[in-house]
Design a protein around this ligand. Sequence first.
Ligand code: CP
Ligand code: NVA
Length: 313
Amino acid sequence: MVQKMDLRGRDFLRTRDFSTEELQLILKRASQMKLELKRKKKPYLYLRGKSVAMLFQKPSTRTRLSFDVGIHQLGGHPIYLNWVDLQLGRGETVADTGRIFGCYVDGIVARVFRHSDLEVLAESSPVPVINALSDEFHPCQALSDCFTIIEKKGRLEGLNITFVGDGGSNVSQSLAEAVLQLGGNVTISSPKEYSPREDLVAELRRLARKGAKLRITEDPIEAVREADVVYTDVWVSMGFESEAGDRVRALRPYQVNSELLSLAATDAIVMHCLPAHRGEEIASETIDGPRSVVWEQAENRLHVQKSILSLVL
Ligand code: CP
Ligand code: NVA
């Protein structure tokens, strides 16, 4: 049973910042919000009179748009701020910036390179900080992906979610964290050098809820057997461009394509956070194929982030 919970004032830097019950509360409200929007019901203006700073140090299409539109739909005022246009670009510290943001806005959505910058921002500003992606985590994506899985499969508990590719990516690490917290099984398949960090793996095993399992394997074929969801992300994440040659070479055997998919459960769905590099981590025929849910997956970012915003602000 979902108990009365108050998430106001909380930061969301990783999914584990919230308990399983709190994540479930967010998902439940997201589902209501999605239904209301589809029925063209006027949304409740949870953010009326509130301003939200959207600080971006990296490019973005989905996250920027869905937060901007979502804040607007909730009656709030989104303010897009490019990192290099602020005094941050000239050396003002993240801590001073966070303190100043706290003087003017009611919440901060931030996309950064270093995850530690988000932690400093959260410590220095009195308002909630929501991680819109860092080098290590992408919790809004992960929670929204759990929402999509539940929508498509009716549940997450007990399902096998397999990530194939760059296992150390922000998307892979947050997906594993969120799925394990919500009772799903996670398999990550990548070359050793692109696996999640060992200390994180240990942490993930501790987080796993009620018998949920985490498996790490270098073999993509073994990984997709019995998978209910096959998930991949780009091989070269933003900020890792100098490693592109090595990454593409090492990750080549991990492409999600029809051959690999033929080994998964017949009703397995394919997910990708997007943007996709067709012909690298995913074949065109697969992302555009009948098992792909990537477009609804992208749409759901809007509903889940609105739910998060309404609860923490
Ligand atoms: N999936 C995702 O976060 O996409 P953007 O980089 O376009 O925001
Ligand atoms: N891992 C990718 C995700 C993009 C949404 C990156 O960080 O570039």
